[in-house]
Write a protein that binds this ligand. Structure first.
Ligand code: HEM
Length: 415
């Protein structure tokens, strides 16, 4: 297969391909990993706005650890450059390079270390059980909106100090921002329609944040917003804080929601693995959750931009400004790294998946939190609703960025 002629892969930008047969998608990625791991994908017929698609685990690792050659700040980390009007709202640390990236990440990471999350375990457990109690008594629900979305949303809102009354508003706003390419969230799917709706949702979130920030300056509390607005010369400017807030409420709930939902789906489709985990929860808690992250790969890709002519990756040489896209979904099924990659195995070890990105300066800030959430959530679900299972087909988000499930029916009996 020749990279420049790799027509099948032009589908990468065709969102209906992402809603179609998953088996065909997996087969296409597998073929590329084997025969043509870095195809060039044309976006327009002239090919001026294409990108190199990296499908192998080794390449995703290498590019992530070489930010001087493959940067995040030139036009952002999505396939299409960020439109000018959105730069004021997007473009937090995920779309930055050093020195700003290091400066801001140091400030905001205070609240997300392994140690600082320790006390959260009990709170996440209590929140999980609270939501389970609120689930319909009748024994059937939309697992996404009535459980999986609420848990990370409540956890991140509590950490930040956002009152419960704003929960539904944040749910709707982040659906618009991160589910922008799906008509369920933005009915006008023209480019202008999407930009308008995403801008409106971002402005509304910033309004909410501004009110909270002002309040915390006057009356500090023990929450992340208070820490970030406290009088301290190292602190964030109001604009930096606003962009970081949008990143956090989006990254903090849309991704984890999908990991939880894919987890229930995988456990339903692999009852022998579920039985094994339910029989000895603690033994598999860490490895099962890692396998759910690998299996789900909630974030499908991020992009980098080549910083100078002559940058190489294996036998490939790039030019300044080339876009390279890291396909985490493909890396997480790489046969060179994972034995039997299409098997869902809750005891998989080692499991060097790249669901949170690969090691490097942008490795997911919320990885500890997401891991803790899943370890606690499935324990609560197994204890409170031991026979909960997915029924019917999941309704998938139309996206090549988030591996999202919009709706999934679940059935359960309360013991
Ligand atoms: C299953 C859950 C999650 C997944 C799959 C996920 C995935 C990712 C990925 C792939 C990246 C980019 C890594 C890179 O570019 O190299 C990232 C970055 C990031 N994530 Fe997550 N994430 C999750 C949960 C969270 C949570 C709960 C939070 C915060 C509360 C969070 C906050 C962030 C931030 C702030 C960044 C940017 C880090 C930087 O650029 O320095 N994420 N995440």
């Amino acid at each position: 297969m020749n990279g420049a002629e790799s027509l099948a892969f032009s589908s990468l930008n065709d969102l209906s391909w992402w809603l179609a047969d998953p088996a065909e998608r997996e087969a296409t990625f597998a073929r590329h990993r084997r025969d043509d791991p870095r195809p060039f994908v044309r976006i327009s017929p002239q090919g001026e706005a294409g990108f190199w698609a990296l499908t192998r685990h080794a390449d995703v690792l290498e590019v992530s650890r070489r930010p001087d050659d493959f940067c995040s700040g030139e036009g952002g980390t999505q396939i299409f450059d960020q439109p000018e009007q959105l730069r004021a709202y997007r473009g937090s640390i995920i779309d930055m390079d050093n020195p700003e990236h290091a400066r801001l990440r140091k400030i905001v990471s205070r609240g997300f270390t392994h140690q600082s999350l320790g006390p959260l375990r009990g709170e996440i457990d209590a929140t999980s059980r609270e939501i389970i109690r609120e689930m319909p008594q009748g024994g059937e629900c939309d697992f996404v909106s009535e459980f999986a979305a609420l848990l990370p949303l409540r956890v991140i809102s509590n950490m930040l100090g956002v009152p419960r009354e704003h929960e539904q508003f944040i749910f709707n706003a982040t659906n618009v921002i991160l589910g922008a390419t799906d008509a369920e969230y933005i009915s006008d799917q023209s480019r202008a329609g999407i930009e308008k709706a995403v801008t409106a949702a971002s402005v509304a979130l910033i309004d909410l944040l501004s009110g909270l920030a002002e309040e915390r300056v006057a009356h500090p509390r023990d929450d992340v917003i208070s820490k970030l607005v406290a009088a301290d010369e190292e602190n964030l400017t109001p604009a930096e804080l606003a962009r970081f807030f949008i990143l956090l409420v989006g990254a903090g709930n849309e991704t984890t929601r999908n990991a939880i939902t894919h987890g229930l789906l995988a456990l339903t489709q692999h009852p022998e693995e579920r039985d094994r985990w339910q029989a000895d929860y603690e033994r598999y808690a860490v490895s099962a959750v890692e396998e759910i992250f690998r299996w789900a790969t909630p974030v499908i890709h991020f992009r980098r931009t080549v910083t100078r002519d002559g940058v190489t990756l294996g036998d490939q040489t790039f030019a300044k400004g080339d876009k390279v896209v890291l396909w985490y979904n493909s890396a997480n099924r790489d046969e060179q790294v994972f034995t039997d990659p299409y098997r869902f195995d809750i005891a998989r070890d080692p499991n060097p998946h790249v669901a949170f990105g690969a090691p490097g300066p942008h490795f997911c800030l919320g990885a500890h939190l997401a891991r803790l959430e899943l370890q606690v959530v499935f324990k609560a679900l197994f204890e409170e609703l031991p026979d909960i299972r997915a029924v019917g087909e999941p309704q998938m988000l139309r996206s090549n960025f988030l591996h999202g499930v919009k709706h999934l029916q679940a059935r359960y009996t309360r013991p």
